[in-house]
Ligand binder design. Structure first.
Ligand code: ZN
Length: 275
């Protein structure tokens, strides 16, 4: 599943080919995405110019300006979606469902085998969208820190891992990144959120920022893959300390890593280093 670093890398990858460009053609090969592609999608987009592409959580926003007014495309990659840049004339592959063609001959092409993603058009700048209304802070912003985590955790009995993975607490701490950040901060994923000190939350917030920033940096090395034909989108090959390593020795203390299920998600941690 594309996580926040993959979505941020997508934003960086597509921006140079769409920002400031006019959409001259729209091809929708399958409207049945998680949210059906709006009926008037093609009509609204043709002739519109794309503004600065932004990201909020795992949503990409593409502002559009045309003689008809201002609107925004809200794009979510779902479980298996990806956006790539093709050239006019590059034939679509299976599951390539939406193409936006620019005047320069580039195609923003959406691929989504499982069709859990969507692209939706809305009036205005898209910030009012209810899908974005209850999201917590961006992990790499100043609004997200140990004090924020500590304040939200007070009185909470739930385990810290599902607490951290709650989008209202912070966005982008998916299963991999939450597991890795808890390891770096030395916190047992089962520990009740409300029983963690401010100092330990300070370390945890920094660890979340570190693992996500490292993944985004890693993603930056794949940016050339955004133009047609080169490589499939995938996860960034990061050196993981705990995720997917159950039974293997902890890189810090050598003890075998343990796997448990927390909030219906597999969680791997080191019983020696995480308390
Ligand atoms: Zn250890």
């Amino acid at each position: 599943m594309p996580e926040l670093p993959e979505v941020e890398t997508t934003r960086l990858g597509i921006a140079p080919y769409v920002e400031g460009r006019e959409i001259v053609e729209v091809r929708v090969r399958n409207r049945r995405l998680r949210v059906p592609v709006p009926e008037d999608f093609e009509q609204r987009l043709i002739g519109a110019r794309v503004g600065c592409v932004t990201r909020r959580a795992k949503y990409l926003r593409l502002p559009l300006a045309s003689s008809e007014g201002e609107g925004t495309l809200l794009w979510h990659l779902g479980m298996s979606g990806s956006l790539r840049i093709a050239r006019v004339g590059d034939l679509p592959k299976k599951h390539d469902y939406v193409d936006l063609v620019t005047g320069e001959g580039f195609v923003l092409r959406y691929h989504d085998p499982r069709r859990f993603g969507f692209v939706d058009w809305q009036q205005g700048d898209g910030t009012e969208d209810t899908r974005l209304a209850h999201l917590g802070p961006e992990p790499l912003s100043e609004a997200f820190d140990g004090a924020w985590l500590y304040r939200l955790s007070l009185g909470k009995r739930m385990a810290v891992k599902p607490f951290l993975m709650d989008n209202r607490v912070v966005v982008g701490a998916g299963n991999i990144y939450a597991a890795e950040a808890l390891f770096l901060a030395g916190i047992d994923p089962r520990r009740a959120a409300g029983r963690i000190s401010k100092a330990r939350f300070d370390r945890l917030a920094l660890a979340v920022k570190d693992v996500l920033a490292a993944a985004i940096t890693q993603g930056g090395t794949t940016l050339r893959d955004f133009v047609s034909g080169q490589g499939e989108p995938g996860y960034f090959a990061q050196k993981l300390n705990v995720y997917g390593r159950q039974g293997e020795p902890c890189r810090r203390c050598g003890q075998p890593l343990k796997r448990i299920v927390l909030g219906q998600r597999a969680s791997v941690f080191c019983p020696g280093c995480q308390r």
